[in-house]
Design a protein around this ligand. Structure first.
Ligand code: ADE
Length: 419
């Protein structure tokens, strides 16, 4: 498996990868438009882009888009269990230096990030901030050569902001997650559908009539709660933020502390971006046959270590669906507590990643165009770019909208006109 240019599970999977990508492309018209422009204009000519993203069909298409713009790409996964081996094989086959396979060890995970770093990226594209953290902590000598980076997810943005507050971040990073066209679609519609899909693929349980406990009511939690309700679940939300808890209640969900929800829930889905939000004390209270799943970026939301330590019996029931005997009852864990949508399913559908990855591609272009002009820190893409992504998506959907009249624009800029 170990080769110089790539390390993937099985290169012979490349053809199935290609077929999957050929279908995803149909669902990604915005990224396609950007790819066509990149092909013509070559805005990334000769630039080394180092990426740590979930290696999926959609990511493969983003890589192709950056290459179309003239970039040289090296990519590893940002999660040991999320790689789609056929997509990785496809990338290797077309000559990309790609490192990752589903089931890689933690050691390999970090080794693969090192491989990307050894490529001396001028731009980093990260999901979760492990690449940026390793670059800063282990290879500070390379930082002068980095022009900027992009970050895909809420957890990564939180880490980058903490890094910047600590005075450690050394280059500008665009929080692609903060694009309206990212978090309102990827986090809400994407996680909403794909987390439930992952649980269904892992367990094949019926959602209707179940009490689904959604831990965290951010954009992802709201999406998961909405989709669970749509399938007929009784949704219980647990929160620490009064504002979010209030919104969950107004949205018609039950709201209560986790330790109460633990006693009545059938399915628990964590979406907080925080650690140990389902501690072992809560798991001990759960009913027989409770199902646990995490849809947050890291595998630290559910206390899996305590499950492993305390279970009197453990058994892999189906792929990535494990039974733990705790306190005389069985609880079932999906995807080892890692991102259930990507481990047990195929992640978000291509159509939402069309928007997220349009943001990524344009952010990389923006960093190149504005090299040396951007402040170190966590920055946002200009609103016009976000609006343009939305406009292109609407256009691809055949949806037309209205425009403000001159009179309305003048009114909006006027403070004198009242009653
Ligand atoms: N994050 C969630 N779903 C994803 C996917 N399909 N590809 C890349 N990143 C993702």
């Amino acid at each position: 498996m170990n080769q110089d240019k790539y390390c993937v599970r099985d290169i012979s999977l490349a053809e199935t990868g290609r077929k999957n990508i050929s279908f995803s492309i149909k669902e990604m018209p915005v990224l396609t438009k950007i790819k066509q422009r990149f092909e013509r204009e070559k805005p990334l000519k000769g630039i080394r882009v180092g990426m740590a993203l979930h290696i999926t069909t959609e990511t493969a298409y983003l890589v192709e888009t950056l290459i179309a713009g003239g970039a040289l790409v090296s990519i590893c996964s940002c999660n040991p269990l999320s790689t789609q081996d056929n997509s990785a094989a496809y990338l290797a086959k077309i000559g990309v230096s790609v490192f990752g396979y589903k089931g890689e060890s933690k050691g390999e995970y970090y080794e693969f990030i090192e491989r990307v770093i050894s490529f001396k990226p001028q731009i980093t594209v990260d999901d979760g901030c492990d690449l940026v953290t390793m670059l800063h902590e282990k290879h500070p000598e390379l930082l002068d050569g980095v022009w900027g980076g992009t970050e895909e997810t809420t957890t990564g943005v939180r880490r980058l902001k903490a890094m910047h507050r600590a005075g450690k971040l050394r280059y500008p990073v665009i929080a692609v997650n903060d694009n309206f066209t990212k978090h309102m679609f990827d986090n809400y519609y994407g996680t909403g559908q794909s987390a439930i899909d992952g649980i269904i693929r892992a367990s094949n349980v019926l959602i209707a009539g179940k009490k689904v406990v959604v831990v965290g009511y951010g954009d992802c939690g709201k999406g998961v709660a909405a989709r669970a309700r749509g399938l007929g679940a009784i949704v219980i939300v647990t929160e620490v933020s009064p504002k979010r808890a209030l919104q969950a209640a107004m949205d018609g969900h039950l709201v209560m502390p986790l330790m109460e929800a633990a006693k009545i829930g059938d399915i628990f889905i964590t979406v907080t971006g925080n650690k140990n939000v389902v501690p072992f004390e809560a798991i001990r209270l759960m009913k027989d046959s409770a199902i646990l799943a995490n849809a947050g970026h890291f595998d630290n939301e559910i206390d899996v270590a305590a499950l492993e330590r305390n279970a009197t019996e453990k058994e892999e029931i189906r792929p990535y669906f494990k039974r733990y005997r705790i306190n005389g009852k069985d609880v079932y864990l999906c995807g080892e507590g890692r991102l259930v949508n990507l481990v047990c399913g195929e992640g978000h559908p291509s159509s939402v990643l069309d928007l997220s990855f349009a943001g990524q591609a344009l952010a990389v272009g923006y960093l190149v165009k504005n090299r040396g002009k951007l402040n170190v820190g966590v920055i946002k893409l200009p609103k016009e770019i976000d609006d343009e992504i939305a406009r292109l998506k609407l256009e691809s959907m055949g949806i037309r909208i209205d425009t403000l009249t001159k009179e309305q624009i003048a009114y909006l800029n006027n403070w004198k006109e009242g009653t």
